[in-house]
Design a protein around this ligand. Structure first.
Ligand SMILES: [Fe+2]
Ligand SMILES: [Fe+2]
Length: 384
């Protein structure tokens, strides 16, 4: 039985990590981040009715509150990962906490792992750092904190999945089903589908972050179209696996930080076919994942790849994946590219609707996006 206090704590963690994800996507002053922070503050006040302060500790990869481990879910994992990454072993929030302080903490959570930032306690939010351990090897030497090893088990598990593919072993569908089921239930417990979007964590396009983002974005699209049940799960799984064929492409090509030459581009274009073939031979993979892996670069006007001998009718999931992929590529700024703001992304996607992307599905996608960002352009994109 979940106590009301546990429930407030879970809501608090979900609101903070979602606010951090949105802050990573936009900026800390974004309307959505402010709204979520205010809601998080409300949950804190509920907790202060019972507790004189809120103290969260990280012990053995567990989040501890009032001497008990906090039940794990995606939001708790994200918080744990952010705390351990920043070397925070305990966090204490006092009742006087105000919005700006909470925003400062959310800003800290939103930073990508490769950014080193200074952690400072504020008036009502106190951080306790991980003890620096020394190991004796003749002279006293600073031991590595080994933060990379800790937590983030969902990312680790997903990396395992990709590693399995790389090693040409059989894929274990149970693990993927479990991850996607987790996302679907997270979606079902939130009114705003886009809120669950994963924060930017890495420039590594083909691994965990990209696949989970596409999964979230596909689920968001499917939900607004009223898709539920097994098809919704299959769409999520198809999204998670759409780029699995990239595991058969040389990492030198995948991570090349500039334009591919003609030969490299030809190799890169093989990933839909390689992925589909691999998934076709993997027991338990939904057929939709095979189809989506094959079709996700075909484009609405069929000008993409792979080329087919006959006219080809693409599955709606492939169109949705192409839309999510286009959006994610634009909002994930890489070292060598300028990042685009949301208005630029919307305008580019409107230009692509009807040629690269399925028009109605693109308008529907942008409609959901506009719900998130009411302060931006008018919401009725279908007029264009
Ligand atoms: Fe792809
Ligand atoms: Fe992709």
């Amino acid at each position: 039985m979940i106590s009301a206090q546990d429930d407030h704590l879970q809501k608090l963690i979900r609101l903070m990590t979602t606010a951090a994800a949105n802050a990573a996507l936009y900026h800390t002053e974004h309307r959505q981040v402010l709204r979520l922070s205010k809601q998080a503050l409300n949950e804190l006040h509920q907790l202060f009715n019972v507790h004189s302060n809120i103290t969260l500790k990280v012990i053995d990869e567990q989040l501890i509150f009032t001497n008990k481990p906090v039940a794990k879910n995606l939001a708790v994992d994200r918080l744990l990962e952010a705390l351990t990454r920043n070397g925070i072993s305990h966090l204490q929030i006092e009742p006087g906490v105000y919005t700006e302080e909470l925003l400062g903490f959310i800003n800290l959570l939103s930073k990508s792992p490769d950014k080193q930032i200074d952690i400072k306690s504020s008036e009502n939010i106190h951080f306790g750092q991980v003890e620096v351990r020394y190991k004796n090897s003749g002279s006293q030497q600073l031991a590595e904190l080994n933060l990379a090893e800790i937590a983030d088990y969902e990312a680790d598990r997903f990396m395992d999945i990709y590693q399995t593919v790389r090693n040409k072993q059989k894929l274990e569908m149970a693990g993927i089903n479990e991850i996607v089921n987790g996302f679907v239930s997270e979606f079902n417990s939130q009114s705003d589908a886009f809120m669950a979007i994963a924060p930017l964590r890495s420039m590594d396009e083909y691994t965990y972050t990209h696949s989970t983002n596409i999964c979230m974005l596909n689920l968001a699209q499917a939900k607004v179209l009223g898709i539920e049940g097994q098809l919704l799960n299959d769409i999520g799984i198809a999204a998670m696996l759409h780029d699995v064929g990239k595991m058969f492409i040389s990492p030198d090509i995948l991570s090349k930080s500039g334009q591919l030459n003609e030969e490299e581009w030809q190799i890169m274009q093989q990933h839909p076919r390689l992925g589909a073939e691999y998934l076709l031979n993997t027991p338990g993979v939904p057929r939709l994942a095979v189809v989506t892996a094959f079709e996700h670069h075909m484009r609405y006007d069929n000008a993409g790849y792979p080329k087919t001998a006959h006219p080809w009718q693409q599955h709606i999931c492939s169109h949705m994946t192409a839309i999510s992929d286009t959006y994610d590529a634009m909002r994930t700024h890489r070292a060598y590219e300028e990042s685009l703001d949301i208005d630029q992304i919307i305008s580019i996607m409107l230009d692509l609707a009807g040629n690269k992307l399925h028009p109605q599905l693109t308008y529907s996608f942008l409609q959901v996006l506009s719900e998130l960002d009411k302060s931006s352009e008018p919401s009725n994109y279908s007029a264009r």
